[in-house]
Design a protein around this ligand. Structure first.
Ligand code: SAH
Length: 596
């Protein structure tokens, strides 16, 4: 590489590949102890990772004493009080790799520049990864600021600013860690435990699932319109008379859905039974165990106790409410696409005054946090293969609550009447004598375009908007709309079957070069907008994976407010991604206003 190329390399700021290294049994060499605190912390993390190390001391005698005292009796640390020699690189390592050390950490006085350079060059020749403290130009890897879960769940968080300030990286790490739910250790251990069990038990079924799905899809077996998204593991599981083998397979899909949608803190309590297909039994057991679980679940931690179970959270006040004879009431309330700033004041009122909340699994986590402690809350178990039953379950719970005189709030994602089965639910409750109050919500279909800086209508570009679905009844393709050049079309529930949908659109005469955007988790902090052309959508989805929920927008209005420079596609650059929801500061302030 020429010098010129090298400087371009630095300018371009390539992002280093962050990895998590398995170090057990490796032998590392620490050259110099110039900054004794750095040396001590390096040794500790090396020992924690299961490697051992040789330290060549080069500082004051008091430092050597300090190190000897701190690591006294530890056979995995060898302290050598002598000058470093280049031959150490090839003699102090493990026998298994010809005594070449596995990794080198240099911590020398910057005055020893020549030596530092020699070590670096020699390590490069020998292909030994090297880190030189505060000298990125003499390092082939750098150390991240890390958080290791003290609960030993295995969770680690690593932050790097790539040489722009380790203090800053530490600060960012603290900010992130302080935002994790208190029970994060339990969340990680529990999910790991469930995953392991499922993989172990259902291994063969998962392997065969791809073929099964495909066969069933060809046969047109139904999936519910609310069940879609993630194009890999979350794929389709079908609801009909399935064998024991197929039921087992469902669990892994359910688990991946739960991990994706449920409030993080609620994952700590999830059990394998809740992943099985036994909800009839479970709900009966739930009722009989209600009193016992009430006591257990109401912990002093507000966040954890709000929705701390994948199943039912039982109110402490439920029984006293039962004593008051009053007629139950029901409202169907839209909760918006994700951000609490997009919740209506009417919806907030309903959430705060409900006795029983029945929420869709897509209802945003921050909205769930607004639910007062002690309000009974049930999150729908609408997972692949269980959509119909989950819907019935919700309606039954709602009707049950109404008969007990409760104020039932059916919290629905986005707008209740846009692909949310709101109409069906309205009729169900009306039939039973309880006419719902229906409160509109901001639909993702219209919010997603705004947060993506797409004016859905724009003079001379787009004069109409169409909201439709990519998944029709029972998983079939919906009616494909005709192509209108001046229309912005939003396809909900479409990304898991991008290829089939785009094929159908092109066949119907859609322009393959019309702009298209994938908008995922609109208005959430991890929002992602991917702009491309219609013809590139399937390949793009394949490459970027999915971050549900997401939708597809197609039309010429997509790029009118976007810098055309960003959208110069060629064969190696077929899409453009924007990460994050810009108004995070605003979002924090709104959350503070609402005390969440
Ligand atoms: N009633 C809802 C839509 C329910 S159908 C509404 O009005 O928004 C579920 C589909 O909505 C998902 O498949 C996805 O296509 C879309 N969706 C919901 N929330 C979204 C979000 N925050 N970002 C992008 N798409 C979203």
């Amino acid at each position: 590489m020429s010098v010129q190329n090298e400087s371009r390399f630095i300018e371009k700021r390539f992002t280093p590949l962050i990895t998590s290294l398995k170090s057990v049994g490796e032998q590392y060499l620490l050259i110099g102890t110039h900054s004794i605190n750095v040396t001590q912390s390096r040794i500790s993390s090396i020992l924690d990772s299961g490697a051992s190390c040789v330290v060549i001391h080069s500082g004051k005698n008091s430092d050597l004493k300090q190190l000897s005292q701190r690591f006294y009796g530890n056979n995995d640390v060898v302290l050598l009080d002598r000058e470093f020699q280049l031959s150490d690189l090839t003699t102090l390592g493990r026998v298994a790799v010809g005594k070449i050390v596995d990794r080198v950490f240099v911590n020398l006085d910057s005055k020893q520049s020549l030596l530092i350079r020699d070590i670096f060059e020699q390590c490069q020749k020998l292909r030994i990864p090297i880190n030189t403290h505060q000298r990125p130009e003499y390092s082939t890897f750098s150390i991240c600021s890390t958080y290791n879960d003290p609960g030993q769940s295995g969770l680690q968080i690593a932050i790097t600013t790539n040489g722009q300030g380790c203090l800053l990286a530490n600060r960012i790490k603290r900010e992130i860690v302080s935002r994790l739910p208190q029970n994060i250790s339990k969340v990680v251990s529990n999910m790991g435990h469930l995953r392991e069990r499922i993989i172990y038990e259902d291994h063969n079924q998962i392997i065969h699932s791809h073929f099964l799905n495909k066969d069933l899809q060809d046969l047109g077996f139904g999936i519910d319109e609310d069940v879609w998204e993630s194009h890999k593991l979350n794929k389709l599981v079908y609801e009909f008379n399935v064998s024991e083998k197929q039921l087992k397979m469902k669990r892994s899909r359910w688990l991946s859905q739960i991990m994706e949608y449920y409030p993080l803190q609620s994952l700590a309590e999830l059990s394998v039974d809740q992943l099985a297909d036994q909800y009839h039994k479970i709900s009966q057991e739930d009722n009989s165990k209600e009193n016992a679980s009430k006591k257990q679940r109401n912990t002093p931690d507000k966040k954890a106790s709000n929705v701390n179970d994948a199943d039912v959270q039982v109110s402490t006040t439920a029984s006293s409410i039962l004593d008051v004879p009053k007629k139950g009431s029901i409202s169907l309330v839209g909760s918006g696409p994700g951000s609490v700033s997009m919740l209506t004041i009417g919806a907030l009122h309903e959430i705060k005054t409900a006795d029983l909340i029945l929420a869709d699994k897509l209802v945003p986590e921050k909205v769930l946090q607004l639910i007062p402690q002690g309000t009974e809350t049930f999150i729908a178990r609408k997972f692949p293969g269980n959509a119909e039953r989950a819907q019935e379950e919700l309606l039954e719970k709602g009707f049950d609550g109404l008969q007990k005189g409760l104020k039932v709030v059916r919290l629905k994602q986005g707008d209740p009447y846009i692909f949310g089965r709101g109409g069906e639910e309205f009729l169900f409750f009306q039939d039973k004598g309880y006419t719902p109050l229906v409160l509109p919500g901001l639909s993702s279909a219209l919010a997603a375009t705004v947060v993506s800086n797409i004016p859905a209508t724009q003079r001379d570009v787009a004069d109409q908007v169409l909201i439709c679905t990519g998944t029709g009844r029972k998983g079939a393709l919906p009616n494909i709309p005709e192509y209108v050049e001046t229309r912005t079309t939003v396809f909900l529930m479409s990304l898991h079957r991008a290829q089939v949908l785009i094929d159908a659109l092109l066949e119907k005469g859609w322009d393959e070069n019309v702009p298209a955007a994938i908008v995922e988790r609109a208005s959430c902090p991890d929002q992602r907008i991917t702009r491309t052309l219609l013809k590139n959508i399937p390949q793009t989805v394949e490459e970027i994976g999915s971050r549900p929920p997401g939708l597809l927008v197609v039309g010429n209005a997509i790029n009118v407010l976007t810098d055309p420079e960003l959208l110069k596609y060629d064969s190696s650059n077929t899409y453009h991604i924007e990460e994050g929801y810009e108004h995070v500061g605003f979002e924090d302030n709104v959350q503070k206003l609402l005390n969440i």
